[in-house]
Write a protein that binds this ligand. Structure first.
Ligand SMILES: N[C@@H](CCC(=O)N[C@@H](CS)C(=O)NCC(=O)O)C(=O)O
Length: 198
């Protein structure tokens, strides 16, 4: 989702292949043996297989709202690092606890709150995480907070955390988010090409 947002805002268009994670096409693994999505294959032969690098690639080509300004701060890198590591670790074990042995989802939900509280505090200083406008920092983190809410929406909405709730809701109602939340059919070899954005 975060890679899609950066591609959309930058005005790039890519050929799009939807992958089902339990049935990855061999052509994807050939490009990127680690087997995670997204994978972006450039006509130069370069392969970009980390979503943060896709964001960087797209915005360095065209960054109409200067989203990359948030990269200037060390705090931004720290927040993204915590999001992609500690928070994601606990989020997976909260949301998908059945995939893990002997994991108590509520224990992991509690651990997630450490990062949620940090964001709540940051959002009391400015409307978005870096300043008063959306930046690469927000789009890098928002899809994960959306996942955290989806695990138990009533519980998330009942928290006394107005800043993060408003921030997330603004994002969910934004044209940008709605424009990238497109469902695609699984790509099969030989399919007619489709493009994102279409
Ligand atoms: N750090 C990577 C993480 C990517 C990642 O883990 N993606 C998940 C889907 S959201 C995945 O591909 N999982 C592989 C699998 O479940 O087999 C990135 O942001 O690009």
């Amino acid at each position: 989702m975060r890679a899609r947002m950066a591609i959309a805002i930058s005005g790039q268009q890519v050929e799009f292949r939807e992958v089902i994670l339990r049935d990855k096409p061999p052509s994807m693994i050939e490009l990127s043996p680690k087997g995670t999505v997204p994978v972006l294959s450039l006509s130069s032969g370069q392969v970009i297989d980390e979503s943060l690098d896709v964001i960087d690639w797209a915005l360095k080509l065209n960054d109409p709202d200067n989203w990359l300004r948030s990269n200037q701060s060390e705090k931004s890198s720290e927040l993204i690092h915590t999001n992609d590591n500690e928070f994601k670790h606990h989020l997976d074990r909260y949301k998908y606890s059945k995939r893990y042995d002997n994991e108590d989802p509520l224990k992991h939900r509690e651990k997630c709150l450490i990062f949620i509280n940090e964001l709540e505090e940051q959002l009391s200083v400015s409307q978005f995480l870096y300043d008063d406008k959306i930046s690469a920092l927000d789009i890098s983190i928002l899809p994960f907070i959306r996942q955290f809410r989806i695990a138990d929406m009533d519980w998330f909405d009942s928290l006394a955390k107005p800043n993060i709730q408003n921030w997330l809701m603004k994002f969910l109602e934004s044209k940008l988010f709605k424009s990238i939340m497109i469902k695609y059919d699984k790509w099969e070899e030989g399919d007619e090409k489709i493009f994102f954005p279409s």
